[in-house]
Design a protein around this ligand. Structure first.
Ligand code: SAH
Ligand code: F3S
Length: 482
């Protein structure tokens, strides 16, 4: 037995009894290298795939040169995300010349969007797997091993990978993602997600609680419940969200919605800090706000993407709320949870956006004064209603100018929000060393602000400590442990 295998075996033995999937199994001789792009859901999907492949004889590796299989978990959300993957593929030309037996696979949204056409466009790709087809990996790998190209891009009505315990990749051992829904039924006209991730379905709450229990047993201290639209979570025994209305009353009565799920998780795991992402304003309910207010272990942060501050643009985007309704939700959130952090996603330069529409976005930002945000120039996605029915008529340089104005305003607001913490004590969950210095810890407070403070030798990652804030930038708080 090689030394490596011995070490692996020892680690495996140490973990025995604690049911957390490790990224190596002693008998495995093949290696998979997984690189993830895009959203948190993709990061979590990679962990699910690593778990499936572990049972197929593949350990994960972070050294691409020793990989038998390279998987890129891709994103399609903007054109740039796809260009990044295509550029990355070019790097593999040399590798494939040196080691022709290495197989290269695309998974995730780009695989789903382009399907087997990618084999013609990118000659070195051997495998294409869509987000609902990961269970098919064993069969697909057999096909690869027979020297064939392999593809499965079928979308599913039921798949939630509920029973698959993810292998925690790149984990800090403190916080982890737990998927609760898959797909999206909203059909925002700019968004490719409903086409790449299919219709919305929710995961059995039992399996969610079980996964969090395993994380807790392994000393994890924070979970982020994930979905494209978590507020739309609805468990009624399985199946698509859109089929809920057709269910008999008895089934409907027993359904669990997102506020109830949050409540269940918060009650069962008082020592775990709970986050969730992403919320959609149209589905975000007062019940969720009240549940957050009720439980101290639910983090005081809501990511509530609005995309635009203009009613006309929101309508064109097929967002199902007005600016006034959005502001009402913001007011309700602040009423129940006064010290909450609110963050946004914005799109600059959507079809027909005028200077007035853009100004309305800036005005809404002034109203909310978001803690932070993710801001993008509109990028037309093939297949969406935006691509089919609406002109991409805002010139690129104008999109970029508006985006800059949005980003500048956000930076000013972020700085303002961070300054409010100066002189105050915040509760920080330590995640690990600060990137810049191993004499400092990095963690986050409940509002999701990054906090850096000097180590005292008394604390470790996973500890919840009090820090007095004495300085900040627009993105980071600095302080001292109290
Ligand atoms: N509900 C999802 C949204 C996914 S997309 C979630 O879980 O986050 C994330 C963000 O990307 C969107 O909120 C939107 O601001 C941005 N986005 C989506 N499609 C886009 C496009 N075609 N062009 C520019 N930005 C886009
Ligand atoms: Fe996309 Fe809108 Fe769903 S942004 S993920 S279609 S809520």
């Amino acid at each position: 037995m090689k030394r490596d295998d011995n070490t692996t075996k020892k680690i495996d033995e140490k973990l025995q009894g604690k049911a957390l999937n490790f990224n190596k199994a002693a008998g495995n001789h093949k290696k998979v290298f997984i690189e993830s792009y895009g959203c948190q859901m993709n990061m979590n999907d990679s962990e699910i795939v690593a778990s499936i492949l572990l049972k197929q004889g593949y350990n994960t590796t972070t050294n691409i040169d020793e990989a038998d299989l390279i998987l890129l978990n891709t994103c399609s959300i903007r054109e740039k995300a796809e260009t990044t993957v295509r550029n990355r593929l070019k790097h593999f030309n040399k590798l494939k010349q040196q080691k022709p037996q290495t197989k290269i696979g695309l998974m995730g949204c780009m695989a789903e969007r382009i399907k087997e056409k990618i084999f013609d466009e990118e000659k070195l790709v051997d495998l294409v797997v869509g987000p609902d087809a990961y269970r098919d990996f064993p069969k697909l790998i057999n096909e690869l091993e027979d020297g064939r190209k392999a593809v499965n891009v079928l979308l599913s009505k039921e798949e939630t990978y509920a029973d698959i315990e993810p292998v925690r990749l790149n984990s800090n051992g403190v916080s982890a993602f737990v998927s609760i829904t898959r797909g999206c039924d909203n059909m925002c006209t700019f968004c490719v997600v409903p086409f790449t991730r299919g219709r919305e379905r929710s995961r059995d709450p039992e399996s969610i609680l079980k996964e969090i229990q395993i994380l807790q047993d392994n000393n994890f201290k924070e979970v982020t419940l994930l979905g494209q639209n978590v507020d739309s979570y609805l468990w009624y025994g399985g199946g698509l969200k859109k089929d809920f209305d057709k269910q008999p009353e008895a089934i409907k009565k027993q359904a669990v919605d997102f506020a109830q799920l949050l409540d269940l998780v918060a009650k069962k795991f008082p020592d775990i800090r709970i986050r969730f992402s992403t919320s959609n304003p149209q589905d975000f309910s007062l019940e969720v706000i009240k549940t957050m207010a009720k439980h101290n272990n639910i983090a005081k942060h809501i990511h509530l993407p609005v995309q635009s501050g203009s009613d006309r643009i929101l309508q064109l985007m097929n967002r199902k709320h007005t600016v006034a309704e959005y502001k009402e939700k913001i007011d309700a959130i602040r009423k129940y949870i006064p010290d909450v952090a609110i963050s946004q996603d914005m799109i600059a330069g959507f079809s027909t956006e005028t200077e007035d529409d853009h100004q309305a976005t800036l005005d809404l930002m002034d109203y909310v004064k978001y803690d932070f945000g993710f801001m993008f120039a509109y990028s037309v996605r093939p297949g969406t209603l935006g691509a089919k029915k609406l002109a991409d008529d805002v010139p690129h340089h104008i999109k970029l100018r508006r985006l800059r104005e949005i980003i500048d305003k956000q930076q000013a607001h972020s700085l303002y929000r961070m300054q409010q913490f100066i002189g105050k004590e915040v509760e920080v969950l330590i995640e690990g060393d600060s990137k810049k210095s191993d004499k400092h810890w990095m963690g986050r407070n409940s509002q999701n602000a990054v906090v850096i403070f000097e180590k005292t030798g008394m604390e470790k990652p996973g500890d919840l400590v009090k820090v007095k804030v004495n300085d900040c930038t627009s993105a980071t708080l600095f302080g001292q442990k109290v």
